[in-house]
Design a protein around this ligand. Structure first.
Ligand code: TRP
Length: 488
């Protein structure tokens, strides 16, 4: 432990971790996905459920991951192995680290394609390539953008190279330095966009849409989507946060930093809604156009607005920066594992990882053109990467993390690492032991299509289930723990 403690790089500045973790959290998920999901699932009610998911599952899981990273001082695989060994548990738990690392890498393989769209649209905005007068025109432009594998591939290659250049420069000189200007920069741009939205004529409608609670629009589907999105938007269970946590100085408070990151992430998602929807509503468009919201409806809306091109350019610069500060976090686990274990330099590890990333992401990119027919069970490669990570690996990884922190490790490990007031610690423990696992199980029930339960109306049943497992768990866990300790 001590040798690791001394040799591991740490964030240089007081805000290093917070900025980097917020940079990881704030990304396409906040600006592209969250607004269109809110649009599809009916506005304010979805936002409320999402906030509950962030607090009840997202925050406890994130605290656990940061604590595991800092305690183990290594990539997910190494950190988890050290931490379980310290508690006398089987090192098979390091498989959880393998899965997390693979998950981050797999997400990145399709993330660079979407980030490439953002760069391509920035270029189109700059060069006047987005002229069209109807949503159909915009859909045609979007289609043409995807149809040519060479230009689409060039944009995702650009994102790949930019990501690897930053990561190759190291934790302090690459990651910390780049988030240090990109994060403040994107927040300033977002604020300017919101100010613009206020004068667009659609701001009142946007406020109403995002914050008016309409219970009738709450669907079971929307609730599960909110839970899944809480994982994605906080970059959980995929190695990113755990690895960033491994560079966190000992004196930093994990509880406070986690809350800061979660609040910042949520604020940016809501702010993105306040930047996008006023422009949409001011042009009499519908909020529920799905994934095409910011690539079709929004550019069309901008065209009809005074200074629209200028603000369109600003929007896509902001989106591209948000995507980059996320993509660097997804690959850091792999690069850190390679440098720690394979005796190669960080630069070599980055380029090696980048080449594999480029190959796999090119396959994902081809799903939009020549590979559109290469499907398995109705999904092409891009969709498979998304499905496997968001629906299975992230929830499974999250479940592993909370079980590890809540039941498996010696209780002193998490208590020391989190260093919370007793009541807050008890609350955290209740969350990771019972609330988070139950929430995660619901994602599985849905993803694997095990049962078709209407969660929106069955929430009293869920509360009852939670109460029962809590009582059983608390009665059983001391004995379980004793038997585990006795064996080891
Ligand atoms: N949180 C990012 C977003 O909202 C995406 C992201 C970054 C991510 N790193 C991750 C998702 C690691 C999963 C795992 O866009």
């Amino acid at each position: 432990m001590t040798t690791n403690e001394q040799s591991r790089t740490q964030w240089l500045g007081r805000w290093g971790f917070v900025l980097a973790a917020t940079g990881s959290a704030v990304g396409l998920g906040n600006i592209w996905k969250f607004p269109y999901m809110t649009g599809e699932y009916g506005g304010g009610a979805f936002v409320l459920v999402y906030l509950v998911c962030i607090l009840s599952v997202g925050v406890p899981v994130m605290m656990t991951e940061i604590a595991l990273g800092r305690r183990g001082r290594g990539s997910p695989i190494d950190a988890i192995r050290r931490v379980v060994t310290e508690s006398g548990r089987t090192s098979a738990w390091s498989l959880l680290g393998w899965m997390a690392m693979a998950c981050g890498f797999m997400i990145l393989c399709f993330y660079v394609v979407v980030a490439g769209w953002s760069f391509a649209y920035l270029w189109k905005m700059l060069s006047g390539g987005l002229a069209g007068s109807s949503v159909d025109d915009m859909a045609a432009i979007f289609g043409a953008n995807n149809a040519n594998p060479f230009s689409l591939g060039a944009w995702s290659t650009l994102v790949t190279v930019a990501t690897m250049v930053i990561v190759g420069k190291g934790v302090q000189g690459g990651i910390e330095k780049s988030v240090g200007w990109m994060m403040p920069g994107m927040v300033v741009m977002l604020l300017i966009m919101i100010a613009y939205g206020m004068f667009s004529g659609g701001f009142g409608d946007a406020l109403h849409f995002l914050f008016a609670f309409n219970a009738a629009s709450l669907s079971s589907e929307g609730m599960l989507a909110a839970m899944g999105h809480a994982f994605f938007t906080l970059s959980l269970a995929s190695g990113a946060i755990l690895t960033y946590g491994s560079y966190l100085p000992r004196h930093a408070s994990i509880g406070r930093t986690t809350l800061t990151v979660a609040v910042a992430d949520t604020l940016v998602a809501l702010m993105a809604g306040l930047a996008i929807f006023p422009v949409i509503f001011a042009n009499g468009m519908e909020p529920n156009s799905g994934p095409g919201l910011i690539f079709m409806s929004l550019p069309l809306a901008f065209q009809a607005m005074p200074l629209g091109t200028l603000f369109g350019i600003l929007f896509f610069i902001m989106l591209s920066m948000a995507a980059l500060t996320s993509s660097i976090s997804m690959v850091e686990a792999t690069v850190s594992w390679l440098t720690d274990n394979k005796g190669i330099s960080r630069r070599a590890a980055s380029w090696g990882t980048g080449i594999v990333l480029w190959l796999v992401s090119t396959l994902a990119m081809l799903s939009f053109n020549i590979g559109a027919d290469w499907t398995l069970a109705g999904k092409h490669f891009f969709d498979w990467l998304d499905f496997l990570t968001s629906r299975l690996m992230m929830p499974l990884g999250g479940l592993g993390m909370v079980l590890l922190g809540g039941f498996v490790l010696n209780s002193s490990v998490m208590r020391d690492e989190l260093n919370l007031a007793p009541t807050v610690y008890a609350l955290w423990l209740f969350m990771v032991r019972y609330v988070s696992p139950l929430g995660i199980l619901l994602i599985f029930v849905d993803a694997l299509e095990i049962a078709n339960v209407d969660f929106a109306s069955q929430w009293p049943v869920l509360l009852l289930v939670l109460a029962v497992i809590t009582v059983i768990g608390e009665l059983a866990s001391p004995r379980l723990r004793q038997s585990l300790v006795a064996k080891s």
